[in-house]
Design a protein around this ligand. Structure first.
Ligand SMILES: Cc1cc2nc3c(=O)[nH]c(=O)nc-3n(C[C@H](O)[C@H](O)[C@H](O)COP(=O)(O)O)c2cc1C
Length: 225
């Protein structure tokens, strides 16, 4: 695939076929992703790639704790809840997804069902937990580098016909992930990526999200043209 086709074609995938993904293909994708730049080439990232029973235990643990109202516990700073234009964009993508899935605004049951789907990693056959070396905890560069590698990973996956969605839902109950994935103590859990073969018939997979314009995002300085 051409670079533009990957970048423009990739969408977050939230509905998967149950078919397994070969470990060799996941290795290939991670190898591509790890060509990402990182601060001083520190490469602070690591990956726990989970499937089968351990992943089912994580799905069950996440579901149980979320339904029981256990407060979320992430291992990094979260910041304030979204407000203003960020909240508007968050609502914008939710509206697009609910509309594609035919979930009405006041349908609390289906909305809850959708949210729980995220905590089950969208029933994907594979989940990749991105972690970083604890000795870099507190350095924002480590989080930045994890973002770079995660973005490369989902693009590499897309170039091989695989779908993915980077998500926070999978790591909101970090102790569950830590236990069942056997995350080493010297690793901080950063983010989760659901991975698998896209279910073409799953309506939310067709959603193309909006972007602000280049003019809105960019200040050009010193240009004459
Ligand atoms: C850091 C991060 C966290 C995310 N968390 C979630 C999540 O918890 N649940 C979800 O459904 N999507 C999640 N997403 C996916 C975003 O909603 C999605 O990337 C965004 O709406 C743009 O859509 P696109 O990926 O289809 O281009 C997350 C993405 C990123 C980068």
């Amino acid at each position: 695939m051409k670079f533009d086709d990957v970048i423009l074609g990739r969408r977050s995938i939230r509905g998967y076929k149950p078919d397994p993904v070969p470990m060799s293909l996941i290795k290939e994708i991670i190898q591509l992703a790890m060509r990402s730049p990182s601060s001083m080439n520190t490469q602070p990232w690591n990956f726990y790639v989970i499937t089968g029973e351990p992943l089912n235990r994580i799905r069950a643990g996440n579901t149980e704790r979320m339904l029981a109202g256990v407060p979320e516990s992430r291992e990094f700073r979260r910041g304030e809840p979204f407000a203003g234009k960020h909240r508007e964009r968050q609502i914008g993508v939710a509206k697009q997804l609910f509309s594609a899935m035919g979930i009405a605004r006041d349908d609390k049951v289906m909305r809850q069902d959708w949210v729980m789907r995220g905590f089950r990693q969208f029933d994907a056959p594979v989940c990749v937990i991105v972690t970083y070396d604890r000795e870099l905890h507190g350095a924002d560069d480590a989080a930045f580098d994890c973002g770079a590698v995660a973005t490369s990973l989902v693009n590499a996956a897309w170039s091989r016909g695989l779908g993915a969605v980077i998500n926070s839902q999978g790591i909101m109950q970090s102790p569950v992930v830590r236990e069942h994935a056997g995350i080493a103590e010297d690793q901080v859990i950063m983010k989760s990526i659901a991975l698998g073969w896209p279910d073409e018939g799953f309506p939310a997979n067709a959603v193309v999200t909006e972007r602000k314009s280049v003019d809105e995002a960019t200040v050009f300085v010193g240009f004459v043209d």
